[in-house]
Structure formats: structure tokens, C-alpha cells
Design a protein around this ligand. Sequence first.
Ligand SMILES: [Zn+2]
Length: 225
Amino acid sequence: METNELLSTLEFSAVAENERSRIIKSVTGECKKYVVSALYNDFDGYIYAFDLNEDGLTLSYCFYEFMLKYKAELERLNYYSWAKFLEKVNQDNLVVRVIEKLELATPRRSDLSIYREILRKEFEDNTCFYCGRKLTNNIHVDHFIPWSFVKDDKLWNFVLSCPTCNERKNNRVPSKEYLFHINERNKILQKSQEVVILSDFENYTDGLLDSIWEYAKRSGIKEFR
Ligand SMILES: [Zn+2]
């Protein structure tokens, strides 16, 4: 197995952009060669379709539903397998806190200010999504379904919030009443002509947030009222 000196001392997210894309490109190449078609055959083509000239797979609809439903469990299984693999290829003392590292491995967009501006521009009333109070200068952008469950930054999951509500909500799922409001809000946003908004709504469908909300609650995420 090849080892990379650079990666043995550095966090992947701290690697320079060009080096990171080189690594991603080489891993993608290896996956195209050894993984994509082999896994496809293992599951008799049931899970996804692929085209090796294109980057990306197309998940079958029922498998997508399955993944959405068992997201938390699949994620834990995935971490378990990773930890097991890393235990095999590393010395024992290197595996310490490996789960925490894996959980942090999905890059989180650090700057959400672009979403704050879009939402402020679209809804000029500038109030907190949760308590309705007027927002002053400290305006938070909140992941409606916690980031820990969605692992993605998309406009349809963002609301503006006052610091108090954001802190109070923490890692919880808002109650059904709020779900109704964000669905209504997203209907308005979808009518926008702005390219940046439309691209975030590309794979959004009515009912998407409802099912994610349902599954997040089922997987044990507490409710925020
Ligand atoms: Zn508030």
C-alpha cells in the first residue's frame, strides 16, 4: 500500500487546494478503475447507474429512499468500517479519536454570509425565523435540520435567526409548526429568478424537507419548540 508522508502529519482540510485536488483526482481515478463497476456488479445494478466518462453516479430511486430513511444508521456503519480499516493499516496508537476525525471529514462551508445576504434581500422584513423578533446586526444563519444530520449547505435548509434562538436550538430539529413555515418560505424562494438561488434548489422537491425532518426525528434528534 502507498503511504503519503504529507498526509501522515496533516489534516486533509489543511492541505493546500492544488495538492488536495491532485489527491482527489488520483483517488477518483483509482475508484473508476477498481470500485465503481465492481460494486455495481456486486449489487446486480440495483443501487446505481454510472458512466465512467462522467463524474458521478445516479442512485436508483428506491435506494435513495432507503439511504434517506436509514441515514444515521448507514453513517454509523460507514464509520465503523472506516475505523476497522484504519485499525488494520495503522499502528494502534494512531487510531485514537478516529471517529471524531471521520465526523469532521465532511467539509463544512465556513462562510455562510452569502446565504444571509440572499435571505435578507428576498425577505426584507429581517425577522428571526423562530421568535419573530427584529434582527439587528448580529444575524445568524441557521441550518433548519441540523448540519450534523444533513451534512450539506443548501439554501432550502437555511433560515435567519437571532443569536438567542440559534444557541437555544443548538443541534435540535424544529417542531412541526416551523416545518410548515419553512416549506411555505421555500415555495416563495423557488419562484426566484436568481441563478444562485435556483442552483441550490436544483434537486429540491416538495416534501423533501418533510421526509428529512421525519427521518432526523426517527434517528433520535431532539425537538426544538
Ligand atoms: Zn429568535
